[in-house]
Structure formats: C-alpha cells, structure tokens
Design a protein around this ligand. Structure first.
Ligand code: APR
Length: 165
C-alpha cells in the first residue's frame, strides 16, 4: 500500500525512514539535519564508520533515538538542468533504498521528497520518479509512505499516484 502523509519524517513509527543525505553522510540541513537532531550523536558516529556514500547509492544504520528501526541514507542528485543523468540517479536512490529495506526485512518505509529541497530537483519530475518506484515495489511492502513536508507536495504525490501526472 502507498500512503501520502504530510508529516515530519522523524516522528514516523515505520521500520525504516529514508534520509536525503549528502555524500559525506555527516549531516546537513533539511531532512538530514532533522534526522540527526532526533536520532542523537550515535547516528553521526555510525555514519562516520560508513566513510561516505556515492550519489544514487544507499547505506543503512540503526535509527537510535528515532521511533523508526533503521535509517536508510541515500544521496540524491543535485539538479543541473537534467542533462547529467539526474533522473537515473534519482531513480537509483529510490531503488537502492527499497532493496536495502528489503534486505533488512523492513515491512514499512517512509521517503522524503529526495533532492527537491536544497538540491533543486523540479518537484513534479522528482515525484513522478518516486511514485513509479513506489508502485513497482508496493507489492513487497506492507506500506510505503511518501512523507511530504507540505500539503502542496502531498497534492503532487496524490496526483501522480492517481495517474494524473
Ligand atoms: N520531514 C520530512 N520531510 C522534510 C523534513 C522533515 N523533517 N525536512 C525537510 N523535508 C523535505 C523538504 O521540504 C524537501 O521536500 O525533504 C525534502 C528534501 O529536501 P532537503 O532536506 O533539502 O534534501 P535534498 O534536496 O535532497 O538536499 C540534500 O541538503 O540537508 C542537506 O545534507 C543534506 O546536503 C544534503 C542536501
């Protein structure tokens, strides 16, 4: 099942939440900053041990003080106009995160709108990619949550899942 919520992803009691990280995995602003703030210092320690992550790849850590069990850190592409494999790299983020969640027996997973904040990915295009992968993997999860940070984003996800986009 795919659910569209407007929420702070750090509050969700799902098996895995996905973090829109950067290649250092050492924290940042946006959802990355929120996840590290709530998870506590052990998360940064666990991330240091991973020695970074390439764009499009995903890494898993425990969630420590977060209500979730796992944090799956993925690094979205920075938008440079669409001619630098951004769409493929964003698709890789969703696919690699979903595969990693399955490897860790996660039955429920929540995604933020990867790359659509600081990284500037156009929302409609990013949402179409995200929803395509969520629909492809939906049969293998109890629930996949699109965790939006605004009602505006939630409308885009609902349209995409409803097939309007
Ligand atoms: N819960 C859910 N979604 C959130 C939250 C939150 N607490 N905070 C922000 N968001 C949303 C943003 O509104 C946006 O829709 O997450 C989406 C992704 O935005 P960013 O967090 O800016 O991530 P991204 O665009 O992928 O840029 C990644 O930003 O924070 C740094 O370290 C990070 O360098 C990396 C870059």
């Amino acid at each position: 099942m795919i659910e569209v919520l407007v929420a702070d992803i750090t509050t969700l009691q799902v098996d895995a939440i996905v973090n829109a990280a950067n290649r250092s995995l050492l924290g940042g602003g946006g959802v990355d900053g929120a996840i590290h703030r709530v998870a506590g210092p052990e998360l940064l320690k666990a991330c240091r041990a991973l020695h970074g992550c390439a764009t499009g790849e995903a890494r898993v850590t425990p969630a420590f003080r977060l209500p979730a069990r796992w944090v799956i850190h993925t690094v979205g592409p920075v938008w440079h106009g669409g001619q630098q494999r951004e769409a493929q790299l964003l698709e890789n983020c969703y696919r690699n995160s979903l595969e990693l969640a399955l490897e860790n027996n996660a039955e429920t997973i929540a995604f933020p709108a990867i790359s659509t904040g600081v990284y500037g990915y156009p929302k409609k295009q990013a949402v179409a990619i995200a929803c395509g992968l969520m629909q492809e993997y939906a049969p293998r999860f109890k629930s996949i949550v699109a965790c939006c940070f605004s009602e505006e984003d939630a409308v885009l996800y609902r349209q995409a899942i409803g097939g309007d986009i």
